[in-house]
Write a protein that binds this ligand. Sequence first.
Ligand code: R2B
Ligand code: URA
Length: 292
Amino acid sequence: MINPEAKNPNLEKLDTDYLYHLGLDTSMDLKSVFKDVKYVCMGGSADRSENFAEKVAEQLNIPLPGGKAEPIGKTERFSLYKVGPVISINHGMGMPSLSILLHEIAKLLEYAGCSDVRFIRIGTSGGLGVEPGTVVIADEALNEKLEPKHVKTVLGKDREYPTTLDERLSNEIMESRGDINAVLGKTVGTNDFYEGQARLDGALDPGYTEEEKMEYITKAYELGARNFEMEAPEFAAFCLRAGIPAAIVCCALLNRLNGDQVTSTVEQLAQYSDNAQQIIINYLKRKLYKQK
Ligand code: R2B
Ligand code: URA
């Protein structure tokens, strides 16, 4: 599962590894439950993870025990659903929450003896020059300085990691779009929704002007970015380091070149989110059932 060169040798010293935020540990029979997992699909919200699990079950004809998706482990932080070879789980908002999930889910699948697993983030985002509802499939993650790298502070010093995504996986997902509007482009992941994404509608005086905001957003667009969200650099860097093929597929809730507020109705937002999920379901059908 994890690239042997990147595996943590310290884990061998643990009698039991407690995956605290998942409510699972290695004294449990993880192999019998998780060994067949091939795809981990994750997004911010627990509701969307449950909804995605139910759609996967229905559209891939995988029966759910009791006819309903039930979470495995604890649900205080993350809600993990398993439907055949697919895990659907939420990662919360932002890179710190995502990072915890990535470490624990990668260890879980490593302990379960899984192989050839792909990680796919299915999320929401602010589009850049794309209309609401468009799905952006990332070919690379940029940080908030618009650089193609993830900077992490470890032991008080900055470490830099590359943020390329799996080209083949992204292209296969793009080919699964059917008649859903989708584009390939870079995704900017920031540490904040408001000022970190150059919004002018936060609670505090942002200390920059509309012109300065547009200059930053336009620069991102010119570099090939097509959306802003809050997880891409951590997700891309972790998966690259672990040797796990990964893709980021986000629907745009608005076009940031036109404004800051998300004004769509509940029904429109559900449709936008469904667009990204449906492309992945189409992709899963092709991979698991060789359907066109
Ligand atoms: C997209 O949407 C969330 C913020 O609204 C955040 O998790 C993200 O990346
Ligand atoms: N998520 C973000 O991070 N930004 C947006 O503009 C919309 C959703």
